[in-house]
Ligand binder design. Structure first.
Ligand SMILES: *[C@@H]1O[C@H](CO)[C@@H](O)[C@H](O)[C@H]1NC(C)=O
Ligand SMILES: *[C@@H]1O[C@H](CO)[C@@H](O)[C@H](O)[C@H]1NC(C)=O
Ligand SMILES: *[C@@H]1O[C@H](CO)[C@@H](O)[C@H](O)[C@H]1NC(C)=O
Ligand SMILES: *[C@@H]1O[C@H](CO)[C@@H](O)[C@H](O)[C@H]1NC(C)=O
Ligand SMILES: *[C@@H]1O[C@H](CO)[C@@H](O)[C@H](O)[C@H]1NC(C)=O
Length: 782
């Protein structure tokens, strides 16, 4: 008995310990494993098919795990078309063993990436592309992006959306398309939406190994992870329709932004690669790149990224994009929503086209008119069913209080604090705060006809998709309206909404748009460009309501903000350029977009930041995209595979690391004093300038013959010389080089300074931003 009594507690303790020991569970994690060239003893020139590749991956892993069966269970992706490697769930020891295997270059964690809409979702809005994407001329010339194939790595799409339903206007699917359509969950493709695939094994592996509760991916208990390419979140439908959606007349959000919705390349073919559930994992992103390249897309759009720039060799987007660009595919990515703070820009690889976000000249006005005739301008997306310019009784929330509610809850109009009978048929005056959409929902249910949302601080005013006509007004206007109510016998009001165009200065940089300098490679300016990303109207899912959670409305369009929204605008424009110039490289397409951008607003002034200061190339790169000019840039700064490989050499990558990007052997140029600033990029960036530096750039003529002359606007305190000052191009595709010399003057200041180089033949202006910092400045910049 004695022994039994002592043994029993010991067993219990051991059991508890084994649950608490982290090594048993937490050591298993998911990884992406990259192999070098000529791995698995394959002789040069032999091309393995997918099955053979996955067999060799199993063999390699089995040799490390000492078990065929274990290896088979561990691998959840065998990348076979373009990326040499696989994804697997591994224990720490196995990671160590694999890492030292001669054929393995890197065992990289299956990291999480984020979708790039605004952080708060409060800014979510809508905006159709009519006002700012190409006008008729480029659409005409590009035949609306006819037959260019645009792929999107995102949350999938809602296939029934009208933005993907114009099959009858499309010809046969181009025969070069090798993709397919996964029809799970009732997903149907058509001649517009030609491809659909989903990748969730990385998400599932990450969730399973981090102990997060993950439903079986076939289960419908969590709608966001159904095993299909169907978009349950709305983000992917929005982005892909912005890049290449059909023409859809009378598209609006509750009346706001009413017009014809359309993508930048409205006649493009579209393919969705669902990788976000809604968080996105490296293993799935890698699988999607591998598939999209194989399927034959022309342009890839990624409105996702890590929250800050990530080393190229451990960034599945940078690696996937390298393979895509090598295959002639332009890859467009969002710059991130971590602004307005410096050094927040992500997706900074020089083979990626990186897009910041700015406003357009449109506002969603909802005016309040009081019984005394005074009118106040507020904002809302709900303009559909405004009371028809007829006055309604106006009541303060606190005066419509239910018997047992707090005054302060009623002041804010929290639904349970209001008495329905007092709200019915009235416009209700509420303090802003908490969920304002829930307030308009409650007032709508109580039979109220309108809501005035009063700011008690001078915070920014953001329109939202309300349930009744609503107007969010400034603090000053709130005070006036409150005083009208308290001094009037029978206060009354009506609301009237309209979408106002052309009144305000635009573009202005969006405050959330991520900002340079490039934290990883400061000699490459990022972002490259800015495009509309504030209050964009585009297709949505019918799986959730426009404001999310408790919103039971199902609407085909929604208004959202983010660099997620600006990215597909540029994707659509890249599609048009690809249609007009099928022979242009991804770098040439980017150059055309950058060198023709503008740095002035619709009022002819410098583009501003959201706080009213002058924006710089760190905000907008080369400036705001001008699609019509981009189709005829005159000259381009081109880059090819050699240039991209040399970039990897210059940043110090070993030939083993380079083999993650390139499957053949590559000999880096002999060590030289080549500056990263000398890459033939369409922007010119020199950091820590001490003495004089001379950079060489090469221009290629993609227009008519012409003589171009250089004009420089030198950054303050930097003297700049260009040699030669004129370049004469006699035929198309002719290349000419020039040298640009930068030298700091004694008086140079202590901050980054900005300038501009323009080559002009009188018809084309080929403009590059110049960004310089002096060596001494380094300490201040950190
Ligand atoms: C997943 O499926 C397995 C077997 O099919 C089952 O045992 C498990 O309970 C399921 N998990 C969830 C979260 O539904
Ligand atoms: C949208 O515009 C069209 C055409 O101008 C018009 O017929 C329609 O009524 C408008 N819809 C809304 C909700 O304003
Ligand atoms: C890239 O361009 C350079 C000249 O600009 C040329 O020497 C090189 O061969 C090209 N590389 C490829 C892969 O085309
Ligand atoms: C770099 O090399 C060139 C010649 O190849 C030379 O003229 C130049 O002075 C060197 N620059 C530096 C900073 O060493
Ligand atoms: C080129 O730039 C010059 C100087 O800024 C300007 O006057 C001219 O209108 C521009 N030309 C074109 C075609 O944009």
């Amino acid at each position: 008995m004695k022994t039994a009594a002592t043994v029993f507690p010991t067993v219990l303790v051991l059991l508890l310990l084994s649950f608490q020991t982290p090594s048993a569970l937490a050591a298993r994690k998911s990884y992406v494993v990259y192999l070098g060239r000529n791995s698995h003893g394959v002789s040069k020139g032999t091309v393995l098919n997918g099955v053979e590749m996955s067999r060799t991956y199993h063999k390699l892993l089995a040799s490390c795990m000492k078990s065929k069966e274990k290896a088979k269970q561990a691998i959840f992706y065998s990348y076979s078309s373009h990326i040499n490697g696989f994804a697997a769930i591994l224990e720490d020891e196995e990671v160590e063993q694999l890492s030292s295997h001669p054929e393995v270059v890197l065992v990289s964690p299956n990291d999480e990436y984020e979708l790039q809409t605004t952080r708060t979702w409060e800014f979510m809005g809508l905006e159709e592309s009519g006002g700012h994407v190409p006008d008729d001329s480029i659409w005409k010339k590009a035949r609306f992006g006819e037959d260019v194939i645009i792929g999107n790595l995102d949350t999938g799409v809602w296939p029934e959306s009208p933005s993907f339903d114009c099959s009858d206007t499309m010809g046969d699917i181009p025969s070069r398309w090798k993709g397919s359509c996964d029809t799970s969950d009732g997903f149907k493709c058509n001649k517009k939406l030609i491809g659909a695939k989903y990748f969730n094994k990385g998400f599932s592996a990450a969730a399973a190994t981090t102990g997060r509760v993950v439903p079986n991916l076939t289960a419908a208990d969590d709608a966001s992870v159904t095993s299909s390419a169907r978009d349950e979140a709305g983000h992917g439908s929005h982005t892909l329709s912005t890049a290449g959606g059909c023409f859809v007349p009378n598209a609006n959000l509750l009346g706001s932004a009413n017009g014809t919705a359309k993508g930048g390349s409205p006649k493009a073919r579209l393919a969705t690669y669902k990788v976000c559930w809604p968080s996105c994992y490296a293993a799935d992103i890698t699988a999607a790149f591998d598939a999209a390249i194989q399927d034959g897309v022309d342009i890839l759009s990624l409105s996702l990224g890590s929250s800050g720039a990530r080393e190229y060799s451990s960034d599945s987007i940078a690696i996937g994009a390298f393979h895509a660009v090598r295959n002639g595919i332009t890859v467009v990515c969002s710059a991130g929503n971590s602004g307005p703070y410096a050094s927040t820009v992500t997706n900074v690889a020089p083979w990626i086209l990186t897009v910041g976000a700015s406003t357009v000249d449109r506002r969603f006005v909802s005016s309040v008119t009081l019984g005394n005739g005074e009118q106040y301008k507020g904002f809302s997306f709900h303009t559909n069913t405004s009371p028809a310019k007829q006055f309604y009784p106006l009541i303060r929330g606190v005066d419509a209080k239910s018997a047992d509610a707090d005054d302060s809850d009623a002041k804010y109009c929290f639904p349970e604090a209001l008495d329905s009978s007092k709200v019915k048929g009235k416009v209700v005056f509420c303090m802003r705060g908490g969920s304002d959409v829930e307030k308009s929902q409650g007032i709508s249910q109580a039979g109220g006809v309108g809501v005035i949302l009063a700011n008690s601080f001078s915070t920014s005013i953001s329109p939202q998709a309300h349930f009744v006509p609503t107007s969010m007004v400034s603090k000053q206007d709130s005070d006036s309206i409150a005083s009208y109510i308290s001094t009037t016998q029978s206060p009354e009001a009506y609301l009237s909404g309209e979408t106002e165009i052309g009144e305000v200065v635009a573009p202005v940089m969006a405050s959330f748009s991520s900002v340079g300098p490039n934290r990883l490679t400061s000699e490459i300016l990022k972002p490259d460009i800015t495009a509309p990303g504030m209050y964009i109207l585009a297709a949505y899912t019918e799986s959730v309501g426009p404001t999310g959670g408790g919103d039971n409305r199902r609407l085909p369009f929604n208004i959202i903000s983010g660099t997620s929204m600006s990215c597909p605008h540029v994707t659509g424009i890249a599609g048009l350029l690809k249609t007009i110039h099928p022979d242009w490289s991804p770098a040439a397409i980017r150059s055309a977009i950058m060198t023709t951008a503008t740095t002035t607003s619709n009022k002819g002034e410098a583009i501003l930041t959201s706080s009213g200061s002058n924006a710089t190339p760190f905000n907008y790169g080369a400036g705001h995209v001008q699609p019509n000019k981009a189709m005829d840039p005159g000259l381009v700064y081109d880059l090819n595979l050699t240039d991209h490989l040399n970039f990897l050499c210059y940043i110090g990558y070993s030939s083993t690391q380079i083999s993650m990007f390139y499957d053949k052997s590559y000999q880096c140029p002999a060590k030289s004093n080549t500056s990263l600033s000398s890459i033939n990029y369409p922007s010119i960036t020199v950091t820590e300038l001490s003495g004089e530096i001379t950079l060489t750039r090469t221009l290629k003529n993609v227009g008519t013959p012409g003589t171009y002359t250089a004009t420089v606007r030198a950054p303050t305190g930097i003297s700049i010389g260009v040699e030669p000052e004129t370049l004469k191009f006699e035929k198309s595709n002719e290349e000419k080089s020039f040298q640009i010399t930068l030298k700091p003057e004694e008086t140079a200041g202590s901050e980054y300074v900005f300038g501009q180089l323009t080559w002009s033949d009188g018809v084309h202006n080929v403009t590059s931003p110049i960004t310089v910092s002096r060596a001494e400045n380094r300490v201040q910049l950190m």
